[in-house]
Design a protein around this ligand. Structure first.
Ligand SMILES: C[S@@+](CC[C@H](N)C(=O)[O-])C[C@H]1O[C@@H](n2cnc3c(N)ncnc32)[C@H](O)[C@@H]1O
Length: 313
């Protein structure tokens, strides 16, 4: 299929600074991948973002920015649709129930989330006292609505799957563990699709919970995730052969799917009006000569971060 890329006037352009040799970047990137593999084998997947887990103010600011982004792209894609009274699923929600709580404050009917890693324990329960007091001020919540959100957080943390917040961590990342009917209005995801090991299987299993018209709003970070190398060579992961990359993979390492792969998986699984909107692109000076053969002739390697927007047929 032809890649349905939309123009984005506000795209962020990344210009590379100091030029390093292709040999150095490939060698250094390979070493970093092996080191990451060892680190993850020892520690597992623990830190989905750089913010200190005790810095509650920055966590809330970050969670708000994720919800703002979801709202922006929903409006961009379907101007007449809002979150109000909707049944939402977030895939790969990360370390806390901040996004869940903000969405409930904005009138979402029910929030479900599925993750392969249970990261909620990385944030202390006192975070939710801070979060709720912030939400109360910002959204001028009535006492009734405020305590409903507080109850939903507590019930979920206590494992009640009927709560208004339905967060499930399942190492198999199995949609059926959410115990949902065919009821979802909107699926959201932020910086997570690139971590999913089998996106095709995920969309097949989502068929049980989506209905005609369900909307997908997903931000995908296609870059290398190694923090040391990201700024000097954002496409570093695409330099390596399939076999070497597989050798260095672990649960959560980027799957190296490109926008056209996501678009064809969506099309194959009965999604329509598929749109790819670049939000971060590599400027012309970032061209890489030593890309692996699977990516060398790809015309869209300059897309570093994009939105995937689609609707179920
Ligand atoms: C970078 S974090 C993003 C979290 C959150 N959405 C955010 O924007 O901060 C990636 C998310 O994907 C999840 N994840 C990582 N590997 C996964 C896998 N193999 N299958 C399913 N989810 C995975 C992580 O647990 C985490 O919630």
């Amino acid at each position: 299929m032809q890649l349905p890329v939309l123009k984005n006037e506000n795209v962020e352009e990344m210009t590379l600074g100091k030029k390093h040799s292709e040999f150095f970047l490939k060698f250094f990137g390979g070493c970093m991948m092996m080191a990451n593999k060892v680190r993850h084998s020892l520690q597992g997947y623990k830190k989905p973002r750089l913010i200190d887990t005790k810095d509650y103010e920055s966590i809330v600011t970050y969670d708000k920015s994720v919800v703002d982004s979801y709202e922006h792209w929903l409006k961009f894609y379907l101007p007449d649709v809002s979150f109000e009274n909707k049944n939402i699923l977030e895939l790969g929600p990360g370390a806390d129930l901040g996004v869940a709580s903000i969405l409930l404050a904005k009138g979402v009917a029910r929030y479900s989330a599925l993750d392969a890693h249970n990261l909620l324990s990385t944030v202390d329960k006192s975070f939710y006292d801070y979060l709720l007091s912030e939400l109360k001020k910002e959204y001028k919540l009535s006492e009734e609505k405020w305590s409903k959100i507080a109850d939903s957080i507590n019930s979920n943390l206590l494992g009640d799957s009927d709560a208004q917040i339905n967060y499930v961590a399942d190492p198999k990342f199995d949609v059926s563990s959410l115990k949902l009917s065919k009821s979802l209005d909107i699926i959201l995801s932020h910086a997570a699709f690139e971590h999913f090991s089998d996106v095709d299987k995920l969309f097949i299993s989502l068929d049980v919970v989506v209905k005609k018209g369900t909307v997908l709003i997903a931000q995908v970070d296609l870059q290398t995730h190694s923090r040391i190398i990201k700024d000097m060579d954002p496409n570093n992961i695409y330099r390596f052969s399939k076999s070497f990359y597989k050798l260095c993979s672990f649960s959560g390492s980027p799957n190296r799917l490109r926008p056209e792969d996501y678009a064809s998986i969506l099309e194959k699984n009965g999604w329509k009006n598929i749109r790819v909107v670049p939000i971060k692109m590599l400027s012309k000076n970032g061209e890489i000569k030593w890309l692996n053969t699977n990516y060398k002739n790809n015309d869209n390697m300059d897309i570093l971060v994009c939105m995937l927007l689609a609707q179920k047929k």
